[in-house]
Design a protein around this ligand. Structure first.
Ligand code: CP3
Length: 351
């Protein structure tokens, strides 16, 4: 990468906590059903997984929000559950979300799970990344991602989304050797998946620990953090890593210890306080409430300016939502969010 290309990619610089001309902005789930052009491709492809497995479709929907809104980053269109499928688990998506009809419940289920080479089992991921990079403006960064081992274990053991995670908790607490063996395999797969995406052009990666926040602090430290830390260590120096953990205000100080370059905060955490709590030692991403996008575009713009004023030009901020874009969001509100970010003039630390 030339110096000029590097300088143009605000996202990568902000993740490294370098001063930037303006705060970079992108949105989790920026490609999705709220966009008519996404629904059209989904229809043509015949389903969600069919889009992921076809690099042309995956690249096209990855590029759609970049074209429409001019966001500063594209995130590869895929899903955190795709590697579980490559490891040998059946995976389906229906109206309720993901379904894994053959969940792992015992040691021998874990033994049957195979750590696989992403180059051989998920070549469509690498191909899609290459197509996206070729279609992106120079200044737009390309992001890869993976689920954190704990969140993948939650899906693998529950067989889908859950409120109480009873099977997961039983396995964690009562069959700890099987849980540990599963986490070891998942950590190896996740690290390999992130390395593969970086090799194929991802300039930053997100590690999504969506269900981390469901754990009390001692359980997070015991059952999730060690394996996430292993993954972060495994990719250190290859590309900046953003650690996302859902509803995790109670874990913020522990998330710093993962060693990632950035932490993605949800809207329940005060961004200004988070800079203090993390001693400005990591970059922070976030954190407009995704439901705030149901406000009028003018109101969304006001809320966005207020959030950026709170950060006041401190280095190491990437603007995003606290969680993914909701299905019934109006594209005009997303445009208001992105445009407000691009127009915002910091009055504090930088000027
Ligand atoms: O635009 C992007 O953010 C990139 C693509 C992306 C998707 N899923 C596409 C998707 C990414 C990064 C993910 C990550 C993901 N997937 C997470 C972690 C982030 C988070 O939201 O906490 C999780 C937990 C999943 C698992 C998953 N996939 C669920 C629970 C669901 C159902 C809920 C829903 O929104 O429908 C999915 C489906 C899914 N993943 C869709 C998209 C665009 C909707 C699929 C459709 O078109 O029907």
């Amino acid at each position: 990468m030339t110096d000029e290309t590097y300088r143009s990619r605000l996202l990568v610089r902000a993740l490294r906590r370098e001063p930037v001309e303006r705060t970079p902005v992108w949105l989790m789930r920026q490609a999705g059903r709220y966009l008519p052009e996404y629904r059209a491709v989904r229809e043509q492809a015949g389903g969600f997984l069919q889009m992921i497995w076809n690099p042309q479709y995956a690249a096209e929907v990855t590029l759609q929000p970049v074209r429409r809104f001019g966001v500063d980053a594209a995130i590869l269109f895929s899903d955190i559950l795709v590697p579980l499928n490559a490891m040998g688990m059946r995976l389906e998506f229906d109206e309720r979300g993901p379904v894994l009809p053959e969940p792992l419940r015992e040691q021998r289920d874990v033994d049957a799970l195979e750590v696989v080479d992403p180059r051989e089992t998920m070549p469509y991921v690498g191909e899609a990344l290459r197509l996206v990079r070729a279609g992106l403006p120079q200044e737009t960064a390309l992001i890869g991602f993976c689920g954190a081992p704990f969140t993948l274990a939650a899906y693998a053991i529950e067989g889908g989304t859950s409120k109480q995670f009873a099977h997961l908790r039983r396995t964690m607490y009562r069959d700890t050797p099987a849980f540990n063996a599963l986490m070891d395999k998942l950590a190896a797969q996740v690290a390999a998946h992130l390395r593969y995406q970086i090799e194929c052009g991802a300039e930053a990666v997100v590690l999504f620990d969506t269900w981390a926040g469901s754990l009390a602090r001692p359980d997070y430290l015991r059952y999730s953090a060690p394996w996430s830390r292993r993954v972060v260590r495994d990719i250190a120096g290859l590309a900046p890593c953003i650690a996302f953990a859902g509803e995790s205000d109670h874990l913020l100080e522990d998330l710093v210890q993962l060693g990632a370059d950035a932490i993605s905060l949800d809207h329940r955490t005060s961004l200004a306080q988070a800079f203090t709590r993390t001693r400005e030692s990591v970059a922070l991403q976030g954190n407009l409430d995704p439901a705030a996008l149901f406000a009028s575009p003018a109101d969304v713009a006001r809320r966005t300016h207020a959030l950026l004023s709170e950060v006041d030009g401190r280095p190491g901020h990437v603007l995003n939502l606290g969680h993914g874009v909701f299905k019934h969001t109006e594209p005009a509100s997303v445009a208001a969010f992105v445009n407000a970010a691009k127009e915002h003039v910091a009055t504090g630390h930088l000027s």
